[in-house]
Design a protein around this ligand. Structure first.
Ligand code: SF4
Length: 347
């Protein structure tokens, strides 16, 4: 396994706390005059007028999850956007997710309430870096995680999600060299599950990378009977798999899952306590859907400020002013569509 040469550390890419849209909202007399309840009524009125559907990622703030027509992980949101009969989609998530929906739904208008809702992981690799990496490994197959921008997706052979990455890599002929990007922790997890050696891009999500093995020890000591749910982007995953093999973690209660997998597990399993290793927004949905269970975050400070840039006021403004349309250049959309559609079909 090799690690790509020195891409700029995503940890240095600090997410914006105040965006240009925040400034517009602060200077918008109508929006500033709305009480919280009037804001909700206004969103509902505009949603009906525009016949729009509101999609929200599992990491969105509670009040956005509460008004959404559908809440899910990035794959589920892409699938839902494709199936929706509505011509207008207000996408409450980060930009690469809205781009994926726009590529899958060329006849629909996809709006993102704040275009500065980025992603440190998606920003850790560019299209020109992928082209250069390919040149260094001529003939290699490139597998990209869904958390990439559209121009990067256009350069790769396969796109995967955290729930199907293992199956996709396992399906590639064993004599084929594989470049995997951008998440090194997901890549390490896929390597350990498939036994395939891959070249890994040194990208990471600044939120999940901060979740470390020490956090697990602290909480497993406090809740020894809990199920441990880990997202494969977490910085602790490869060490956890090693500890699992050594018998240091319970094999039947340690699970590596996408956020959609966590939702299903919480519904179906009998454990009274789940320790949850992912972004903190996930806890709201788990607790809301399973009020009798205890969900404990591995880290209280695992907060994605990109996801939190979306607010009710911005959703109102998106519907009122028809902003901000997510448009992917035709050639990039065409080059990435087949791979995205294959990924959506695999599920
Ligand atoms: S949690 Fe990480 S991977 Fe997800 S949107 Fe935020 S920065 Fe990107």
């Amino acid at each position: 396994m090799t690690i790509s040469a020195d891409p700029m550390s995503p940890l240095k890419r600090v997410p914006p706390l105040h965006t240009a849209v925040d400034v517009s909202i602060a200077n918008d007399p109508e929006i500033q005059s709305l009480s919280p309840s009037a804001l909700l009524v206004g969103i509902e009125r505009l949603r009906r007028q525009r016949q729009a559907v509101i999609l929200a990622h599992n990491y969105q703030v509670p009040e956005i999850q509460d008004i959404a027509d559908y809440v899910g992980d990035s794959l589920q949101l892409a699938q839902h956007a494709q199936k929706s009969a509505s011509g207008v989609i207000v996408f409450c998530g980060v930009h690469f997710m809205a781009e994926t929906a726009a590529i899958l739904c060329p006849d629909k208008r996809v709006l993102i309430p704040d275009p500065d809702a980025g992603c440190s992981l998606a920003q850790s690799v560019t299209a020109s870096e992928v082209r250069a990496w390919r040149q260094e490994h001529s003939g290699a197959v490139v597998v990209a995680y869904i958390n990439t921008n559209a121009d990067v997706k256009a350069e790769v052979d396969y796109i995967c999600t955290s729930s199907n990455a293992v199956e996709i890599v396992a399906s590639i002929p064993t004599d084929q060299e594989i470049l995997f990007l951008p998440d090194q922790f997901l890549g390490l997890y896929v390597q350990s599950r498939t036994g395939r050696r891959m070249h890994l891009w040194l990208g990471e999500c600044h939120v999940h990378a901060s979740i470390r093995p020490e956090d697990i020890d602290r909480l497993m000591n406090r809740y020894p009977d809990a199920d441990l749910l880990l997202h494969p982007e977490c910085g602790c995953v490869s060490q956890c798999l090693w500890r699992l093999a050594e018998g240091e973690l319970p094999a039947d209660r340690t699970l590596v899952l996408s956020t959609g997998g966590m939702v299903r597990h919480a519904r179906e399993c009998i454990s009274a306590v789940d320790i949850v290793g992912t972004e903190i927004g996930m806890l709201y949905r788990l607790r809301k859907e399973n009020p009798s269970k205890l969900f404990v975050p591995l880290r209280e400070d695992a907060v994605c400020s990109y996801m939190k840039t979306i607010t009710l006021k911005k959703v109102y403004r998106a519907l009122r002013d028809d902003v901000y349309p997510v448009e992917v250049p035709t050639d990039i959309a065409a080059r990435s569509r087949d791979a995205i559609e294959r990924m959506v079909a695999i599920g």
